[in-house]
Design a protein around this ligand. Structure first.
Ligand SMILES: *Cc1c(COP(=O)(O)O)cnc(C)c1O
Length: 453
């Protein structure tokens, strides 16, 4: 068995090793890297997951991809370092669970991917004696997760661009109070525009010498670690090995959901993936009609990290179903729509329903949700009604951030302030430092040249 190669979803670039895909971020033809072949876990490996710890499951899942690239003892150390926090599975009512992915250092599910990717990059960079400048655009949670995951790492600098008006003060402080190898810049624009500038910089020949790389959800090194928590939830909650859960995933750029799809492709028993989005419902329309139209500019909804009018990982999902979508969202070959409709169900949740759900979940179940998880929980309620699903099945909704990251919304709906997790305490006293840029590529490029040359 040889090591797995990674091809570009645009099909023009040469397939590369995991290390190269990780350090390149985006493929040279602007496509996204996907494994040419997805390894499967044996029935016995699945069976023996019951009772394993999170880092042990992370090792099993990642080793299936990386065994020819990273020695097992090294990978074990990396996963143990990355995953030193809890992953609570909260029972809400009969076999309906919320998986809280909010116990990491930035209280966001993005910690799971970013912490592993940082360690993987650091490993491959040290081997090559190479340096990188990580450019990342964030709508809030990515930036702080990336900044924290890479903070203090050798051979890596990080620059985070964030839309000035779409990021909460607490989210901002998690990135702007670090310093060292982490720099942050507020942009007078929207998330999609920040991301467009970052993407343009990657393709800019004049910036080649800066060794730019991506840490956004387009990096394959972020995607693979996101397959792990699906296995973990299943291993903890299944009654038998044939127990097939429905996962409900609050989604924006579809990195989280693609992690689930990879887990499914590796042999994880899954009934269906429910993709819950806010009012940015371009995917739902696509799934129903086969016609894809981006939403430009994206709509500003309460679940701000999901305000995405063109999910960057959609090209990967399309590829998984045999289609081809380029980086502009143009479809060159339609995926197997009927298969996709069998496997996936998309639900769009309004802001009004999001608020109502936060209220109801708390008052009915003592379940404290923030807006993103509330989109997921609302998605489950709708799914149960629309698909006449069996109430006895196993349902797992992903909560992607800690409610304390959204104190204004929670206060407005529930009239109390959620307790801060330890990781978010003490931010108020720390000193912030960040720059400003207008939404203009030329000034961004000049800034890069002046700062990093
Ligand atoms: C990033 C983010 C999402 C969306 O995840 P994708 O992988 O981009 O679909 C959902 N909720 C929160 C809190 C996030 O930060």
């Amino acid at each position: 068995m040889h090591s797995i190669k990674y091809y570009s979803t645009n099909l023009k670039a040469t397939p590369v090793s995991f290390g190269e895909a990780l350090l390149n971020g985006q493929a040279p033809d602007k496509g996204l890297y996907m494994p040419e072949h997805i390894p499967t876990l044996s029935a016995q490996e699945l069976e023996s997951m019951a009772g394993l710890t999170y880092p042990e499951i992370a090792f099993t899942v990642l080793d299936a991809f990386l065994k020819h690239e990273i020695p097992g003892n090294v990978l074990k150390k990396l996963v143990n370092g990355a995953y030193d926090f809890d992953v609570p599975l909260q029972l809400v009512s009969e076999r309906k669970y919320v998986m809280r992915l909010d116990q990491g250092p930035t209280a966001s599910f993005k910690d799971f991917a970013a912490r592993m990717m940082g360690r993987l990059m650091s490993y491959f960079l040290a081997k090559r004696d190479h340096e990188l400048l990580i450019l990342t655009a964030t709508s809030g949670d990515t930036g702080s997760a990336i900044a924290n995951a890479f903070y203090g790492l050798e051979n890596i600098k990080v620059l985070v661009l964030f839309p000035e008006k779409e990021v909460s003060p607490r989210q901002r402080k998690q990135m702007t109070t670090l310093g060292k190898n982490v720099r942050t810049v507020a942009v007078d624009g929207k998330f999609d525009e920040c991301q467009a500038m970052v993407k343009r910089a990657f393709a800019d020949p004049a910036l080649q010498h800066l060794n730019l790389s991506s840490a956004n959800s387009i990096n394959i090194g972020r995607l693979l670690p996101q397959a792990v928590y699906y296995f973990y939830a299943w291993s903890q909650l299944r009654n038998s090995v044939d127990d097939k859960p429905v996962f409900v995933i609050p989604s924006g750029n579809f990195g989280d959901m693609m992690g689930g799809m990879i887990a499914w492709s590796m042999g994880l028993p899954v009934n269906r993936m429910v993709i819950a989005v806010n009012e940015n419902d371009e995917f739902k329309t696509f799934l129903n009609t086969g016609v894809y139209q981006k939403i430009e500019p994206s709509l500003n909804c309460l679940s701000s990290a999901m305000n995405v009018g063109h999910p960057s990982n959609l090209a990967r999902l399309v590829a998984l179903y045999g289609g081809v979508m380029d980086e502009t969202g143009a479809i060159h070959q339609l995926p197997e729509m009927s298969l996709m409709r069998n496997d996936l169900y998309a639900i769009s949740v309004s802001d009004a329903l999001t608020k109502q759900t936060i209220f109801d979940a708390w008052h009915k179940h003592q379940l404290l949700l923030e807006p993103h998880g509330a989109v997921g929980w609302a998605g489950l309620q709708q799914y149960l009604v629309s698909c006449k699903s069996d109430n006895k099945d196993l349902y797992i909704v992903l909560e992607t951030a800690h409610p304390a990251k959204f104190p204004e919304q929670i206060q407005g709906i529930l009239h109390f302030d959620p307790d801060l997790p330890a990781s978010l305490q003490g931010l108020e006293e720390k000193k912030e430092q960040y720059g400003f840029l207008s939404n203009d590529y030329e000034s961004f490029r000049e800034f890069l040249m002046n700062t990093y040359d």
